[in-house]
Design a protein around this ligand. Structure first.
Ligand SMILES: [Zn+2]
Length: 356
């Protein structure tokens, strides 16, 4: 069935987001939240500095059709972080509505998807989050209660705005040591980029110290308010990424290596009692045969079918050890348990990169 054909007006209730997926039968391993950052074609082109992104080219119809079929097949209900700019455009309405109608939690992934969100002024942060929220709610019928910053960028100001707007959780931290390496690789691939654009991306993917952040949920202390943080899970101890794009990247060298790596990640999470928050991206489902414009992106030499079979294997392994759940479900469960550590939010950095 095409996405456009599914245009009912089913009521989307946030309460359905906190139930574990029906398929979750893992004995004793705890839960694993699964989320999809719905980064669109134009967002990759924009970050990469490619011409043509300004007309917001989209692959969301194809993405929704493929991803929703796969999630249904595995009985998964996940969280989909939507970019406000996409929700503002009629051409994406059917695809976004389809995610909400299938019962997935809808989160806020900023309006402009600029990974330098941490450089915005307080007024810009407020406008960015509110505008995204407004368009996402209008397009999907669901009001986001969770946020993930583009490219894992956030600031104390972002956290404060989220707390003030009644968000249940933030999910923008990515505790890995590999951020600076990813940035080097990125600049090497985008060698022709003008200096002003390079400057904006100066802290893209964060610093080495990101790797020192906690893996387990905690509360940001925002001087008077708090906000729950659900970090994107990385490998305990080693702090290397374990999200699906990275596993796919490893599988490009050897599928046996990627599988052993995932087994190690699952074992270490269980050993350290980390209930993983596992991250997906559209390009984990779309191969070079479906998206020709992003050949610069790692893993785009793989065909869609190859990626989908890889997804199946990863999900089967996760389900063997953990009960899949949405981010809101994960947030509600850890909040109910209580006893979370508190961490003071960093002070906001201004546009020049200085802390003030
Ligand atoms: Zn993103």
């Amino acid at each position: 069935m095409s996405i456009a054909a599914r245009s009912g007006s089913a009521e989307v209730s946030p309460r359905t987001w906190v139930r574990p997926s029906e398929a979750g039968t893992a004995p004793g391993g705890g839960m694993a939240s699964i989320s999809l950052d719905l980064d669109n074609l134009w967002a990759y082109m924009k970050t990469h500095g490619d011409a043509g992104w300004e007309s917001f080219p989209t692959y969301l119809d194809a993405c929704a059709e493929i991803v929703l079929e796969r999630l249904r097949r595995h009985g998964l209900t996940i969280t989909v972080f939507v970019v406000g700019q996409d929700a503002a455009l009629e051409k994406n309405a059917a695809a976004l509505r389809a995610f909400a109608e299938a019962g997935h939690e809808i989160g806020n992934h900023s309006f402009r998807h600029e990974p330098w969100l941490d450089r915005y002024s307080p007024q810009e942060v407020d406008r960015e989050i509110a505008t995204a929220e407004e368009h996402i709610e209008r397009a999907t019928g669901a009001r986001p209660r969770g946020f993930r910053g583009p490219g894992f960028s956030f600031s104390a100001e972002v956290l404060r705005v989220l707390a003030r707007r009644g968000y249940l959780y933030d999910a923008s931290t990515f505790p890995t040591f590999l951020g600076p390496l990813a940035r080097l690789y990125y600049f090497w691939r985008a060698r022709g980029m003008p200096e002003a654009e390079r400057e904006k991306r100066g802290r893209l993917f964060g610093t080495f110290s990101e790797g020192l952040r906690p893996l387990k949920p905690y509360r940001w202390d925002l001087a008077g308010e708090t906000l729950l943080e659900l970090p994107v899970t990385t490998m305990p101890f080693l702090r290397v990424p374990i999200h699906l794009s990275y596993l796919l990247y490893l599988s490009g060298y050897s599928t046996a290596l990627a599988r052993a790596y995932l087994r190690a990640a699952v074992a270490l999470c269980k050993l350290c009692r980390v209930e993983p928050s596992f991250l997906l991206h559209p390009l984990d489902f779309l191969g070079g045969d479906r998206v020709k414009e992003l050949s610069f992106f790692p893993g785009m030499h793989l065909a869609t079918e190859v990626k989908l079979r890889f997804f199946d294997r990863v999900v089967e392994r996760l389900k063997r050890h953990f009960t899949p759940i949405t981010m809101a479900g994960h947030a509600a469960a850890v909040a109910a348990r209580g006893g979370l550590p508190r961490i003071a939010a960093e002070r906001h950095r201004d546009a020049s990169g200085r802390t003030r």
